[in-house]
Write a protein that binds this ligand. Structure first.
Ligand code: ADP
Length: 448
């Protein structure tokens, strides 16, 4: 009889075009057979409400949410007044969302705020190893992991949480849950959407790495303990050997003295002299070895703040007579305070200064000790104007018994090995920069 512009527009017509047509003609073919029962209903009850599927002018489906009543206007013949809301777009959006949920490539579940499952997508069913009917029939008394999963899904936020889940087939899974609370809207009630990410491979890999690390650490600890033990044994061996060697040496020395005082050995005096010299050298080597073993094996090392200038002064006091007899001039300036063992560092400076004096050239020894700061460590330099060292030999001299100069300079070749030991156990490095006849600069680092 009449149509308002909104109703006509929804179907793609003008009001004039629509007036005079039967509403039945607009119904979607699939529901046309229901038109008669609709008329019966409205005649019987006076009203009807629901969704109506219609076709617009272009053949596209439109869905109306309607509420139609029989008019009671006595002036007009009996007729139906209908109010409808075109909800096609809303339903399309809802359908799209549903499809999105169903076809999402990641496992998702939707819960009611109480934690009851509202829907679950196929990927989630496959991941959890249960069919959807099995999961929906779960009443809380079934598989405990499902109860845990739903409870956790309600509790987590979007920062994620890892949980263990046992599938129906007994396989263990590690799931990361990310949930979001969806507030109620006109079209849907409040709920929780939770994505389930299978992180089992990652968790297993992490566990494996932890396990490997632990094994590695155990191995390192074992090796370190073995090394410590063999080191200690070696030190003990060096001490015993050097102590034990001293006794027969002394014995041989006194026999030689005895022989020397005897007339029969008069013509062999040169041989005796050489013999005595060798024995003295042997005694010195043993002493040095003992010194090295003692320094290496010190158990009472204590690091505390030490001004290096004080260590230098103490070493100079120990070397007072050598310094004086060689007319050496030792300068030191701006030396820092560092955390080291005091006795160690007196010994370190003493060995370096003593060498600088011992390996002096034609001029009086001039020794300069300075410090510079590079990143997180100090570099201490001890320079001399002595005979210098061949560049190619510079690294070898820090090994025990490695000497570059022969009998003209007395020594056992242990001093620098001791320096290296001291520097390294303080966390530093030691090296020398030198050239023959151009003096040497020994440098070592000390951490801040
Ligand atoms: P030693 O002085 O008892 O031989 P060291 O271990 O102290 O043993 O030194 C090893 C070698 O390094 C020395 O024999 C010497 O050849 C060389 N050397 C050490 N310090 C200097 C120096 N300041 N100048 C030149 N050569 C040096």
């Amino acid at each position: 009889m009449w149509v308002n512009p909104a109703a006509a527009r929804s179907l793609g017509y003008s009001c004039d075009q629509a007036v005079g047509s039967s509403i039945e003609g607009f119904l979607a073919p699939e529901v046309q057979s229901e038109f008669k029962s609709y008329l019966d209903r409205i005649r019987r009850t006076g009203f009807d409400t629901g969704f109506m599927r219609l076709r617009d002018r272009h053949g596209h489906e439109r869905i109306w949410m309607y509420r139609n009543i029989i008019s009671d206007d006595p002036e007009l013949p009996v007729h139906v007044v209908g109010h409808a809301l075109d909800v096609t777009e809303q339903l399309d959006a809802k359908r799209a969302l549903k499809t999105l949920f169903e076809r999402a490539p990641i496992a998702q579940i939707e819960l009611e705020p109480s934690g009851k499952l509202r829907r679950i997508n196929p990927v989630a069913c496959e991941l959890l190893g249960y069919t959807a009917p099995e999961i929906f029939s779960f009443d809380g008394s079934g598989p405990p992991d499902l109860a845990d999963l739903f409870r956790e899904s309600c509790l987590v936020g979007d920062t994620g949480k890892c949980m263990r889940f046992v599938r129906k087939d007994g396989c263990e899974l590690h799931l990361e849950l990310f949930a979001r609370h969806i507030p109620a809207s006109n079209s849907s009630p409040a709920g929780i959407i939770c994505a389930l990410i299978n992180v089992s491979d990652r968790v297993r890999a992490e566990a494996e790495i932890r396990n490997l690390n632990a094994q590695l650490e155990a191995k390192v600890n074992l090796r370190t303990a073995e090394l410590r033990r063999s080191n200690a044994e070696l030190q003990e061996f060096a001490c015993i050997v050097s102590h034990d060697l001293q006794a027969p040496l002394k014995q041989v020395g006194s026999i030689l003295d005895e022989l020397g005082s005897n007339s029969f050995a008069e013509d062999k005096s040169e041989l005796l002299r050489l013999c005595r010299a060798d024995i003295e050298r042997m005694a010195m080597l043993i002493d040095s070895l003992l010194g090295y073993a003692v320094v290496s094996n010190r158990a009472d090392i204590v690091a505390r703040r030490v001004p290096l200038a004080v260590s230098v002064q103490e070493s100079l006091m120990n070397l007072a007579s050598v310094v004086a007899s060689s007319n050496a001039i030792v300068n030191y300036e701006n030396l820092p305070e560092v955390s080291v063992d005091e006795a160690d560092f007196v010994q370190l400076f003493q060995n370096l200064i003593e060498n600088a004096i011992k390996y002096r050239g034609a001029h009086n020894p001039r020794i300069r000790i300075t410090a510079s700061e590079i990143q997180d460590e100090w570099v201490i330099s001890v320079s001399d104007n002595g005979i210098g060292i061949d560049k190619a030999q510079c690294s070898r001299i820090f090994q025990a018994f490695q000497r570059l100069h022969g009998k003209e300079y007395p020594g056992s070749g242990i001093g620098l090995a001791i320096c290296k030991k001291i520097v390294e156990r303080t966390g530093g490095r030691i090296w020398v920069e030198s050239e023959r006849d151009l003096g040497s600069t020994f440098r070592f680092t000390v951490p801040h």
